[in-house]
Write a protein of this length. Structure first.
Length: 363
């Protein structure tokens, strides 16, 4: 979860608005229109942008390989890919410190990589091998790293939100200045336990950022068909929790919003909601044919709003890099992913004795 070096900057249209501003849920992958404000932006730092480009590309290539291995029958169970949403976790991790904590849902591979967890260990857990972060017993949805302050990976919709709130309670109880980021989706935003957590977090002014990754379709139902209030950043208004709607396809806009949210928490002001307007290119999981949207819609978002292409274009347009250098980054990232896939296929199966470990913690 190393903090990115370089100046805090924004490019093109960074979008973040207060909770009291009403706006429609927007079209697929689009930034919130009423929030898109033209303003002079400082020139992005080349080193910073290159880091974001590599970090997002690593997530993209990793997920593409995971999809391949799943199709080959080497990954079992559920597998939810993060392709298209890479800017959200990359931007927020760039704003965070190594002492801040993360908890997320089952679409978690990208969050692990962004927190600094090794690609080998993540991929080996996907294939159920002993070299995985949970020694092959957790699979895609259940990985943890106390060292990286990553607390899952949770399979129950919305269940990680009260867990994240508990982590924030621990930080407040210990008197630290650390923040917690709890990621969840637009579908989970309708869960009752989310609002119980909101209430406690505001009551006790806990240092938590509720990150709603609004990819528009939850498990397969469009937001405007499932939510009476589609402006999800306003969901905390009855608890006096402020919120911002952010262009989740723009890593610089995400980082800027993340910095504001983390400062809010560190200043003792309690919880805050960030609604990230993003888009997933694949189905909800590998078993989802995604027939609830058209291929043309997905292609349009890929062409016009892809978060990786956005940074790539900035690097080239501002002459902060060239095609050769970007191709070399892609080659290096593919090498990391290939090595991880090889490790995941050749790491041994868990020993049967592992069935009896991690069941009971004795004091």
């Amino acid at each position: 979860m190393a903090k990115a070096s370089g100046k805090a900057s924004a490019a093109k249209k960074s979008t973040a608005t207060g909770a009291g501003t009403s706006k429609s849920a927007g079209k697929a992958g689009r930034p919130p229109k009423s929030a898109a404000k033209s303003r002079k932006a400082s020139a992005p730092d080349g080193e910073e942008l290159l880091k974001y480009y590599r970090d997002m590309l690593l997530i993209r290539r990793f997920e593409e390989k995971a999809g391949q291995l799943y199709g080959m029958g080497l990954i079992g169970g559920f597998c939810h890919l993060y392709i298209g949403q890479e800017a959200v976790v990359t931007g927020l991790m760039a704003a965070a410190s190594n002492d801040d904590s993360v908890v997320t849902t089952y679409r978690d591979h990208g969050h692990m990589l962004a927190c600094g967890m090794e690609a080998k260990g993540v991929m080996a857990e996907l294939t159920g091998r002993s070299g995985g972060y949970s020694r092959g017993k957790g699979g895609s949805m259940h990985m943890f790293s106390v060292e990286k302050r990553f607390y899952g990976g949770h399979g129950i919709v919305g269940a990680n939100v009260p867990i994240g709130t508990g982590l924030a309670f621990a930080e407040a109880y210990r008197g630290t200045s650390n923040a917690v980021m709890a990621f969840f989706g637009d579908g989970a935003s309708n869960q009752g336990q989310v609002y119980e957590a909101f209430n406690m977090a505001e009551l006790w002014k806990l240092p938590i950022i509720y990150v709603i990754e609004n990819n528009q379709y939850a498990m397969g139902t469009a937001l405007n068909r499932s939510s009476a209030q589609p402006d999800l950043h306003r969901r905390g208004e009855s608890f006096a929790i402020p919120g911002m709607q952010v262009d989740g396809m723009d890593v610089l806009a995400v980082k800027e919003a993340g910095e504001k949210a983390i400062a809010h928490c560190r200043d003792g002001k309690g919880p805050i909601i960030l609604e990230m307007m993003t888009y997933r290119y694949r189905g909800h999981s590998m078993s989802d044919p995604a027939k609830y949207r058209t291929k043309e819609e997905v292609a349009k978002v890929r062409k016009e709003r892809d978060p990786i292409d956005h940074v790539r274009d900035m690097l080239l347009d501002l002459k902060l890099s060239d095609e050769a250098a970007l191709k070399e980054i892609d080659r290096e990232v593919k090498g990391v992913v290939t090595e991880a896939a090889e490790f995941a296929q050749h790491s041994p199966e868990p020993d049967p004795s592992e069935l009896y470990t991690d069941v009971l913690v004795e004091g």
